[in-house]
Write a protein that binds this ligand. Structure first.
Ligand SMILES: Cc1cc2nc3c(=O)[nH]c(=O)nc-3n(C[C@H](O)[C@H](O)[C@H](O)COP(=O)(O)O)c2cc1C
Length: 105
């Protein structure tokens, strides 16, 4: 994993304070996720690609220790940043309307 992380030009670890209040924790997590999405869009404008990494990595005690993450902090993601030369071809997408449930009043 260390080798993988060293392939990007920079890595940013985004954390959120853990909160015993589950609702507060969810809200904080969502707020930070919205921040990350905005960060991704701004980075894209600067031709910086970002991979939002989660998975096993963010829970590994070894990784948390090396990164200096405190007990009362949760990692929302590791952002792997790199300048890109070429934009990959877009993937085929399902139309957004297919994902929506419309409730008629
Ligand atoms: C919360 C979150 C966590 C993600 N974690 C990982 C990850 O651990 N490893 C990975 O390769 N991609 C991860 N991704 C990236 C997604 O797999 C996907 O590439 C990205 O959301 C872009 O989706 P799209 O290709 O459908 O546009 C994550 C994305 C999000 C939103």
């Amino acid at each position: 994993m260390a080798e993988k992380l060293s392939q990007s030009q920079a890595n940013i670890i985004i954390t959120v304070p853990k909160d015993e209040n589950e609702m507060k924790q969810e809200e904080d997590f969502s707020a930070v996720s919205a921040f990350i999405q905005n960060f991704l869009l701004l980075a894209w404008e600067q031709e910086i690609g970002v991979l939002w990494k989660t998975g096993k990595l963010i829970h590994q005690p070894g990784f948390r220790k090396i990164a200096g993450i405190k007990e009362d902090e949760a990692i929302v993601g590791v952002l792997m940043l790199g300048k890109f030369d070429d934009v990959p071809a877009p993937k085929p997408r399902e139309a957004i309307i297919e994902k929506l449930t419309l409730i008629e009043a």
